[in-house]
Design a protein around this ligand. Structure first.
Ligand SMILES: Cc1cc2nc3c(=O)[nH]c(=O)nc-3n(C[C@H](O)[C@H](O)[C@H](O)COP(=O)(O)OP(=O)(O)OC[C@H]3O[C@@H](n4cnc5c(N)ncnc54)[C@H](O)[C@@H]3O)c2cc1C
Length: 455
């Protein structure tokens, strides 16, 4: 069946928004207000910042403003893979921060443990399952690469098992798998919008004031202007991810990239039997352009990634969230991976914005006044990292130093048209490496400069 036919019944909305709804539950801000701390953005980063600020000091008046509704952005659209990595994977951490990697790994593990504990203490049931993940090789050269990665992971204390083609196919039945790497430590899966809504409710219980449908139009130290009002404040935390940053000077540190996702209808038991997948862990493939896929609590498969799209001029907009070519390609690739699922239909198709930074990890710090903090550049790995980033933003606002791996400035992206040309050239080079197994000159040069493009 063609990709188009498979998508014929798909609603143009994130599965998570379809499941949990997407209506605001708080009023918009109208008129003048004041607060000790204003948080801009109601995704994971903003919500963790507001919650953490209140837990540190219950008497602090914390106000969170969100332009649409809580969980509108990437936090309500992502794959729900939870990872303890603060370096966008071990190999990247080893390449960029070899001397401090052990400390960063420890911080990441502590963050994940505290993340799970916070959810449990706050009674947030977001289906967190720390079942690890499986990475699969689907091209011959990726088999060798997996072996190398698995040795690295084992050397750094991860619970990792290399699987032959027969072993990985015995677990999850796909004829495309040539080898696998089962990693049982370091993460798992969650329902991301249940997490965002759980954090929202926790924030409200702690006394955070939230105003949805309240876009911030301008920021200066001490003052936040919104669509229909303004807020005087001692401190501001910007958590607007890949959206147009209210502070112009921060815009060059990320490029907004659309990442596309599909969700199937729930599989009947005989279809689940045909794919196996007993532990229902998250799966990714090993290439640069990778798919991520996972079962959901109601028996669907969420399938996303591969075709991350950057639009000239960093253009964003609702119309960009539905791209037939990307969604149809994803549908075809899904059927190639699980041909036994025959006529399974997709029920949801959507895209979300990833804030790609040139070093793949967020840039966290404050402006010169020390009163406006920011955390941007998660590069597709922010579900658990956002909790750590929130702590770093609050530390920075309190005048405490932020570790270099997040606090130093990433190399900025150049202005257009160089930006667009650079991104396209890098994407082509990454795709070429996926096809041939050879890292070309452009990628090797970027590696030497510690920069790149990822999602
Ligand atoms: C399709 C997709 C799949 C992903 N999969 C994974 C995954 O499996 N695992 C993982 O770890 N990470 C994943 N990520 C990344 C992860 O979702 C993000 O890093 C994380 O959600 C970032 O949270 P955030 O709060 O910083 O941003 P967002 O959730 O995007 O929140 C930013 C909020 O700011 C609001 N806003 C913007 N501008 C303004 C303004 N001027 N005024 C007021 N409000 C404003 C927006 O409306 C938005 O709600 C994925 C991302 C995408 C898009």
């Amino acid at each position: 069946m063609s990709g188009r036919r498979l998508l014929a019944d798909a609603e143009p909305v994130s599965l998570w928004h379809g499941m949990h709804g997407s209506a605001p539950v708080t009023d918009k801000l109208v008129g003048r207000d004041s607060a000790d701390l204003v948080v801009v953005g109601g995704g994971f980063t903003g919500l963790w910042t507001a919650v953490t600020a209140k837990r540190r000091d219950p008497s602090r008046d914390v106000l969170l403003v969100e332009g649409e509704h809580i969980g509108f952005g990437a936090s309500g659209r992502n794959g729900g893979f939870v990872s303890d990595s603060l370096t966008h994977g071990l190999a990247h951490g080893l390449a960029l921060w070899p001397e401090s990697l052990d400390r960063i790994l420890r911080a990441g593990r502590e963050n994940l443990a505290a993340f799970a504990k916070d959810l449990s203490d706050a009674g947030i049931d977001a289906g967190l399952r720390l079942a690890g993940k499986t990475v699969v090789a689907t091209r011959p050269h990726e088999v060798l690469a997996l072996e190398a990665v698995s040795r690295q992971l084992a050397a750094h204390g991860e619970d990792v098992t290399l699987l032959t083609a027969a072993e990985v196919r015995a677990d999850v039945h796909s004829p495309t798998y040539l080898a696998g790497m089962r990693v049982r430590s370091g993460g798992g899966l969650i329902d991301p919008l249940a997490l965002a809504y759980g954090l929202r409710d926790w924030a409200l219980r702690l006394g955070v004031r939230i105003h949805e449908r309240t876009p911030v139009t301008a920021i200066s130290p001490g003052l936040v202007k919104t669509g229909e009002g303004s807020i005087r404040t001692g401190a501001i935390a910007i958590a607007t991810n890949a959206y147009v940053n209210p502070l112009r000077r921060l815009r060059r540190y990320i490029v907004p990239v659309y990442d596309h996702v599909l969700a199937t209808e729930p599989l009947p038991p005989e279809q689940w039997e045909s794919v196996g997948w007993a532990e229902r862990q998250g799966m990714t493939d090993a290439g640069n352009q990778f798919h991520y896929y996972r079962p959901t609590a109601d028996g669907r498969i969420l399938w996303g990634g591969y075709d991350a799209i950057y639009y000239f001029g960093s253009h964003r907009g609702r119309a960009r969230e539905q791209r037939d070519a990307s969604h149809e390609l994803l549908a075809k690739q899904f059927m190639g991976t699980f041909p036994q699922l025959g006529n399974l239909r997709f029920t949801h198709r959507w895209a979300g914005l990833i804030d790609t930074s040139s070093r793949f990890t967020p840039y966290i710090g404050t402006d010169r006044s020390g009163r406006v903090a920011h955390a941007i550049g998660f590069t597709g790995l922010g579900v658990a990292f956002s909790r750590f980033a929130a702590i770093m933003m609050l530390d920075a606002l309190a005048g405490r130093p932020v570790p270099r791996f997040v606090g130093s400035r990433p190399v900025p992206f150049p202005p257009e048209p160089l930006r667009y040309l650079g991104v396209q050239a890098t994407r082509a080079a990454l795709a070429r490496e996926d096809r041939t197994g050879r890292r070309g000159m452009l990628l090797r040069t970027l590696d030497r400069c510690g920069v790149g493009f990822n999602s």
